[in-house]
Ligand binder design. Structure first.
Ligand code: F6R
Length: 606
């Protein structure tokens, strides 16, 4: 949600913090701030607006070799200079930055106010600086002051804390909101995301929930919430700064759409076995017997991850003939789900930090469920929580709207479905058909991308002036339609609805007219004729139709013809033109494509 960065070492902290915040801005972007310590005094600058506005507000002489920074996505209190982090204590000794939500903030605030503390912001986070300042007066170390203060807090947090009286250390802690430490040469970093660290170091350590760390220039120590020291093994991240640049593209989103031949290729690499026509997925930690033992598959994820889960469920049912369905993780965790021993649970997440998905996985684990993760971010909380899984290897996704993670997740599901199918009844011939189809995907995505100009022209014609758009598809096409509508609405703000084509005449057909065009997903599959009949019905109501499929059709006003693969794998390719359509609609409407309003990249709060 929001981004945190912290530094302690021999260099000036401010430029490092600002650079880190720039890299984190995709996580939250309504205000930003930094604090440093120099000569036992805090210096703080914070502004409503973007990191660039903050950089302009930080004076040249903002010296200090220890500091914390934050980019905010407002939850409590409007975006404003005052509500921006860092929050200082009243005596200006302690400053904190916080991600997450303090659920008992109101009660703590009342108690502190009764003790004479004056609050200046509307945020829940400010209670932390006052609580820590109070305990710091009674404790030997900042670490102990933070630990004691956190014992009073109910909620989620990733925090970084500095104390003007102790200018050699930063304390960070995590509960439900990610914190990762970066180990440098006689310097230490911390951040909510490795994106802020990779320019300086690739050696990182993830904190677990309930852990706290003390960072000094010469190293770090980590502790449990009851002050027992923990041993942590650093690992090397293989993402570098190049992954976080726009690489000459106008937007990260276009870069990430264009990367998909490579990213899908990386998801598949080394995992297709031509001898037995099976998939090698070593990370599942399951032998063939175990893989055969499941009678049901339940997939959970949020937003686009959930829609890719619907594609996954369809693949698993078709190839492995195991009943499978997908559900939003955010709903799943609240309905006290029945967890069965013979069900395989699969959690999907690009970031690996989405709170609703993480909480659902934890609930499943608590009830003894077997959970696999399909995750992009190596070492992330969801990946660590799962019993095994498949990493996407798609590289970091920076633009808020998910694109390459969506197609890589769908490709990973195809591998998993192949694996589950081949330990059951999927024939070697069908296994070979799917293996060959998977191998064709990267080239076909590349071919699809060559139609960008045609799609840009269609986006200008259809979406730019539309009152709203309808996306329809049947069975395999329905999750594709849902993802197409999601992309369009989140980045262009054009209202878009997705419906199963079969449901149209049960209600939404009433919306169809010249001002409500339809994008129809019409693959060449066994449902082609039914889909063409639906197009006829839309046409009869004066609805304009853009058909996305494998052929042109008289019933449609315009068509995007997508390369044909195996029927089961077609949804992956059908998604690509919808990404380009949404992108060009958003650009034509002058939207902030990579940072759409009201959204943040990873939703680490409830
Ligand atoms: C949409 C989008 C979101 C995410 C969702 C889950 O383009 O990006 O809907 O898919 O917030 O995020 P992850 O996959 O990080 O768990």
């Amino acid at each position: 949600m929001c981004g945190i960065v912290a530094y302690v070492g021999p260099k000036d902290a401010a430029p490092i913090l600002l650079e880190g915040l720039q890299r984190l801005e995709y996580r939250g972007y309504d205000s930003a701030g930094v604090a440093v310590v120099a000569a036992k005094a805090l210096k703080i600058r914070k502004v409503k607006g973007r990191v660039a506005d903050l950089a302009a507000a930080v004076p040249a002489r903002f010296k200090g070799t220890l500091g914390i920074g934050h980019t905010r996505w407002a939850t409590h209190g409007v975006p404003s200079d005052i509500n921006a982090h860092p929050h200082p204590s009243s005596d200006e000794r302690i400053a904190i930055v916080h991600n997450g939500i303090i659920e008992n903030a109101d009660a703590l605030r009342q108690r502190l106010e009764a003790d004479g503390v004056t609050f200046v912001s509307e945020t829940d986070s400010e209670v932390l600086s006052h609580l820590i300042a109070r305990t710091a007066k009674e404790t030997e170390s900042l670490e102990e002051a933070v630990r004691r203060a956190l014992k009073l807090v109910v909620g989620t947090y990733g925090i970084a804390v500095i104390d003007a009286e102790r200018p050699g250390e930063v304390v960070v802690a995590r509960n439900g909101s990610p914190i990762v430490l970066g180990i440098g040469e006689k310097e230490m970093f911390a951040a909510s995301d490795v994106a802020a660290l990779v320019r300086y170091t690739r050696q990182v350590v993830h904190l677990e929930d309930g852990e706290l760390a003390v960072l000094r220039a010469d190293g770090f120590s980590t502790f449990t919430s009851d002050a027992r020291e923990t041993a942590k093994e650093p690992f090397t991240v293989d993402w570098d700064t190049g992954h976080y640049d726009t690489g000459g593209y106008e937007h990260y989103l276009l870069k990430e759409i264009s990367e998909q031949p490579d990213t899908v290729g990386r998801t598949l690499r080394g995992r297709i076995d031509d001898r037995f026509h099976i998939a090698h997925l070593g990370g599942l930690n399951m032998d063939a017997r175990e893989s055969r033992s499941f009678r049901r598959v339940k997939i959970i994820g949020c937003g686009s991850a959930y829609y890719s889960g619907q594609i996954g469920a369809q693949l698993i049912e078709e190839l492995a003939r195991i009943p499978a369905d997908a559900e939003p993780a955010s709903e799943f965790r609240y309905r006290s789900p029945v967890v069965e021993a013979d069900t395989l649970y699969i959690a999907i997440s690009q970031s690996g930090e989405t709170y609703d998905t993480l909480a659902a996985v934890q609930e499943l684990k608590r009830k003894g469920g077997r959970v696999l993760g399909i995750v992009n971010t190596v070492g992330s909380a969801i990946a660590r929580e799962c019993d095994g899984g498949v990493y996407l290897h798609a590289g970091p996704e920076v633009s808020v709207a998910s694109t390459k993670a969506f197609t890589s997740t769908s490709a990973a599901f195809a591998l998993l479905a192949l694996h589950l199918g081949r330990v059951r009844d999927l024939s070697p011939a069908d296994g070979r058909r799917i293996c060959d189809g998977l191998r064709r995907l990267p080239e076909q995505i590349k071919e699809m991308l060559t139609q960008e100009e045609h799609i840009r022209e269609l986006a200008m014609r259809y979406a730019k002036d539309a009152a709203g758009m309808m996306f329809v598809g049947r069975v395999r096409g329905y999750p594709v339609a849902r993802e197409g509508a999601q992309k369009l609405k989140e980045i262009s703000y054009v209202h878009a609805e997705a419906y199963p084509a079969s449901e149209l005449k049960h209600g939404p057909l009433a919306l169809i007219g010249p001002e409500m065009p339809t994008v129809a997903i019409v693959p060449d599959d066994e449902l082609l004729d039914k889909n063409l009949t639906t197009l006829g019905e839309i046409r009869a109501r004066s609805g304009r139709i853009l058909m996305v499929g494998h052929r042109t059709a008289d019933q449609a006003d315009d068509c995007i013809v997508v390369p044909k693969n195996e029927t089961e794998l077609d949804p992956i390719l059908l998604t690509i033109p919808l990404q380009l359509f949404a992108y060009h609609a958003a650009v034509a409407l002058g939207r902030d494509v990579d940072k759409p309003r009201n959204l943040a990249k990873s939703v680490t709060v409830e």
